[in-house]
Write a protein that binds this ligand. Structure first.
Ligand code: GLC
Ligand code: CA
Length: 529
């Protein structure tokens, strides 16, 4: 794909919705599509231009919709296809694009294809999945345990890169590729504007080299999926430079996770880190994507990760400052901003003392594998640090516990956030230091500034533990200065002063724009006059 074909997407700002936890309109404790419709005004006010809906297809919900049992039906709990069509109309009316999640690597074990496939070796659907008489390797599933599961009916093992209930499709079978292409066409015919492609690099495996992902046919398969269809596509790929270059030939963009991996030894254990590491990774990918005419995805949070500000900053006394600092750091860079629900209110990780408060299959697997090995408190600390449920808590729209924080009148499917009385939309919006208010200004600035949306990037950082960068377009420059936790002096680049630049955005009161003194997590944006 040429840069000119994808450049227009630099004008998008995407808001990710985890429908289960967004807004429940019928009191069953589960968020639904009507709940998304109800909150569209909020999204318009925030200033986003697209939403990415996490899977809302028919599913037994072993992995909250990432285990699809029918790609053409809406999950009962979320509503009906008609509700979805209303949502489609309502977003259209507001000029909001709609991106669907496409789970192409695996289905639910309850999908009719798998039910057929597992029943007999000579069943026509058998070859839709990946079978072996004995586990041919020691591949581990990403949610713990062996990736091979025994199937008594055929006396074979099937591959599941994720949970046992999520068998991997056999993409080497042309019928499977045609089926998934038909799914893409089904939804594009209904008017979706794009797809977020779940675990896309897993669809091609390399058995010879023992690799579960990034196999030799990856690009060919992706090509077949989208060729000739003019939609936005973002792949979830754990990729290095080489792979990103190759998959980018057929995708609009990819998620790249290097900055997410910082600050931890593994998913559940932190390690010391510095903001310089975040800066270094961002600079590396900004320069790389700029050089190769790629679009970079700008994100800190999603439904699989604990809140970034809790892991990589301060979610207590400097929560507002830290939330806004990360907002400015990421969303003024070159690329496509992705915000995750709740981030616009500065939500942070909750804390729970026992496992009863968790539902995520990966978290529960981890707990089971470790409960006899580690003291409870240590294990719960790890889980609170790393669990995917951190960002999946029902949204708190009001400060009122009695009205289910404006999320649901019923019992929520997952316990409310332990800090919901303090961390909720209502309290944030009416607070003097409102993260939402800052985000609104930030996105409004981005939406109106061609320099931010289309300009080039240059790193101008000269000091430690801060990030100073320039964006430039048509001879005009914007300078972004972000400080980390310690107060310090950050020299402004030569030629940047009252006469040449105007201060346009900050996150502290009483800021002296050209004093070069920055408080903890303080940011400042300057525009050339
Ligand atoms: C992706 C999803 C995650 C899911 C997994 C398996 O990583 O983001 O939530 O569990 O794929 O589909
Ligand atoms: Ca509901």
């Amino acid at each position: 794909m040429k840069f000119s074909d994808r450049e227009r997407f630099l004008d998008w700002t995407v808001y990710q919705i985890y429908p289960r936890s967004f807004c429940d309109t019928n009191g069953d404790g589960v968020g639904d599509l009507n709940g998304v419709i109800e909150k569209l005004d909020h999204l318009t006010e925030l200033g986003v231009s697209a939403i990415w809906l996490c899977p809302c297809y028919q599913s037994p919900n072993r992995d909250n919709g990432y285990d699809v049992s029918d790609y053409r039906e809406i999950m009962d709990e979320f509503g009906t296809l008609d509700d979805w069509k209303h949502l489609r109309e309502a977003t259209r009316a507001r000029g909001i694009r709609l991106i669907m999640d496409l789970v192409a690597n695996h289905t639910s074990a309850e999908h009719a294809w798998f039910q057929e496939a597992r029943s007999a070796r000579d069943n026509p659907y058998h070859e839709y999945y990946i079978w072996s008489k004995k586990p041919p390797n020691r591949w581990k599933s990403l949610v713990g345990g062996s990736a091979w599961e025994y199937n008594p009916q055929t006396n074979e093992y099937y591959l599941h890169s994720f949970a046992v209930e999520q068998p991997d499709l056999n993409w080497e079978n042309p019928k499977v590729r045609a089926e998934m292409r038909a799914v893409v066409e089904f939804w594009t015919n209904l008017g979706v504007d794009g797809f977020r492609c779940d675990m896309l690099d897993f669809i091609s495996k390399d058995f010879k080299k023992g690799k579960m992902l990034n196999g030799p046919h990856l690009q060919e398969y992706i090509d077949g999926l989208f060729k000739g269809i003019d939609v936005f596509t973002v792949g979830e790929c754990q990729s290095d430079e080489k792979n990103i270059l190759s998959v980018s030939k057929s995708l609009t963009t990819v998620f790249q996770f290097e900055h997410i991996q910082l600050g931890r030894k593994n998913k559940y254990t932190p390690r010391a880190f510095s903001y310089d590491e975040v800066k270094k990774v961002l600079v590396k990918w900004q320069e790389f994507s700029q050089k190769h005419g790629l679009l970079y995805t700008l994100f800190t949070d999603n439904h699989d990760q604990p809140f970034y500000l809790s892991r990589m900053g301060n979610d207590q006394n400097l929560r507002y400052e830290c939330a806004t600092m990360y907002g400015a750091t990421f969303y003024l860079l070159r690329g496509i901003p992705f915000l995750y629900q709740g981030q616009e209110f500065g939500f942070a990780n909750p804390y729970y003392p026992t496992i009863e408060y968790f539902e995520d299959i990966e978290t529960l697997n981890y707990y089971r594998a470790n409960e006899s090995k580690k003291p409870l408190e240590k294990l719960m600390n790890e889980i609170n640090y790393g669990s995917r449920d951190n960002t999946r808590r029902p949204m708190a729209w009001t400060a009122n516990e009695k009205d289910g924080y404006g999320f649901s009148t019923g019992k929520p499917w997952l316990a409310y956030h332990s800090r919901a009385k303090e961390l909720n939309a209502e309290t944030d919006k009416t607070s003097e230091k409102s993260v939402f208010e800052f985000y609104r200004k930030l996105l409004a600035y981005r939406n109106k500034s061609k320099i931010i949306r289309r300009g080039s990037f240059r790193d101008l950082t000269r000091a430690k533990d801060c990030f100073v960068y320039e964006r430039a377009f048509a001879q005009k420059r914007v300078l972004v200065v972000c400080n980390f936790e310690r107060q310090k002096k950050i020299p402004l680049p030569e030629g940047v002063n009252e006469k040449t630049f105007a201060f346009v955005l900050g996150n502290y009161k009483d800021f002296e724009p050209f004093s070069q003194r920055f408080r903890p997590f303080e940011i400042a944006v300057y525009e050339e006059k």
